[in-house]
Design a protein around this ligand. Structure first.
Ligand code: SF4
Length: 386
């Protein structure tokens, strides 16, 4: 059993019925004590209180505290980034995803030059923070491919992160040395039976291999560690607790890295006709985000274009620290491959300039370039380095 799996088992977070009962039984007094606790400090009991039904009448109070804490730790800024999809081929069969290997949609893989053409458009729009995204396509999206692409992107992008299939620690080290300074990897669900149901085949069906990946990339000195669960597959409250335990164990050991949480809610996707038993409402998602902020003062909180303009506008005023804008979820989507299959349909289709204007209206400064990364990034590596 991996160290993280042991922690989850110790807390019995694999027993959803038990935890659901505990959360339902939490009282208003327990929530008030959780809110009165040191802002930004994590304990499992505190987080359980903040996600409970008893916290419902206190959401406004939680929002005010979350806003104050975020302003103290991050200033009044929101980082902007854009995803760059490089391949929609995949050897997995996640039942919620448009890139599922059994689907019939067109597969598109971008050569390095084609990926750079997309990236150039993003750079022209102002982005200096780019997220490389790919299906699990290890025969095309190789370590050499990622290193070569990072080396070409580095002069124009101060921050390059990746949302790709799990790698070995040596492979993570190689891409870190090439200039990729962060990795986001969603566990999708921390509940083993749920995980097995939605990931029936391919390497991703190995729950533990995925669960262990953040340890591997954090050990490879990635400066940014991103976690998330796919919201809609299982009870969001217990998934939040499990993700928080995972985050807490990483922060204790890899305190030099910055941790962030993403909040991907299920979206419609090509050839997907699944029914989801645990769809998360706007109000529940707000509660999840606020609860995590009140337990993790320094965590980045990321909201993508999966969410509606109205929801993103509201959260920009409270505690979100990073937003994507103008996103395309198909390879080549920025430079005209309109026929390539997208992973999911975005909900906020505003242009980057429109999102930046919204952020200013919300009283925040849109940040296109992460200056800290620019100062601390490794020098562009030589061929011998990579
Ligand atoms: S979610 Fe990721 S791994 Fe699963 S089918 Fe889609 S692209 Fe592949």
């Amino acid at each position: 059993m991996t160290p993280v799996a042991s922690i989850l088992a110790e807390q019995q977070l694999d027993d959803h019925a038990r935890w659901a009962g505990r959360i339902e039984a939490i009282t208003a007094d327990q929530v008030r004590r959780a809110i009165a606790d040191e802002s930004g400090r994590y304990t499992l009991d505190k987080l359980a209180a903040l996600v409970s039904p008893a916290a419902e009448p206190l959401l406004e109070e939680m929002a005010q505290l979350a806003e104050q804490l975020t302003a103290r730790r991050f200033g009044r800024t929101i980082q902007l980034y854009a995803p760059l999809y490089v391949s929609n081929a995949c050897i997995n069969s996640c039942r919620y995803c448009g890139f599922n290997r059994t689907h019939h949609g067109a597969r598109t893989r971008l050569s390095i030059d084609q990926a750079i053409a997309d990236a150039d458009i993003l750079a022209t729009e102002g982005f200096r923070n780019i997220l490389l995204v790919s299906g699990e396509d290890p025969n095309f999206v190789t370590i050499d491919y990622l290193c070569d692409l990072a080396a070409r992107l580095r002069p124009r992008f101060s921050t390059i992160t990746a949302e790709i299939y799990p790698l070995s620690q040596d492979q993570y080290t190689a891409i870190a040395r090439a200039g990729i300074d962060g990795v986001t990897l969603y566990q999708e669900s921390y509940d083993r039976p749920t995980y097995a149901r939605w990931h029936p085949a391919g390497p991703k069906s190995d729950y533990d291999q995925r669960l262990d990946a953040p340890d591997r990339f954090a050990s490879a000195a990635m400066r940014r560690i991103g976690l998330g669960v796919l919201l809609g597959l299982a009870d969001w409250r217990i998934e939040t607790l499990a993700m928080a335990e995972h985050a807490s164990s990483l922060i204790k050991r890899f305190w030099q890295s910055q941790l962030s949480f993403s909040f991907p809610r299920i979206r419609p996707a090509p050839e997907v006709a699944e029914q989801y038993d645990h769809l998360v409402t706007d109000r529940q998602l707000v509660k999840m985000i606020l609860a995590l902020r009140l337990c993790f003062a320094d965590a980045g909180l990321v909201l993508s274009t999966r969410e509606s303009p109205a929801f993103r506008d509201a959260m920009a005023r409270i505690c979100v620290t990073s937003m994507s804008a103008g996103s395309r979820t198909n390879p080549g989507g920025y430079s005209g491959h309109a026929d390539s299959t997208e992973q999911f349909a975005v909900c906020d289709a505003r242009t980057p300039a429109q999102v930046a204007a919204m952020i200013r209206t919300a009283g925040r400064e849109p940040v296109w370039k992460d200056w800290d990364a620019a100062f601390t990034a490794p020098a562009t590596p030589t061929a011998a380095d990579v």
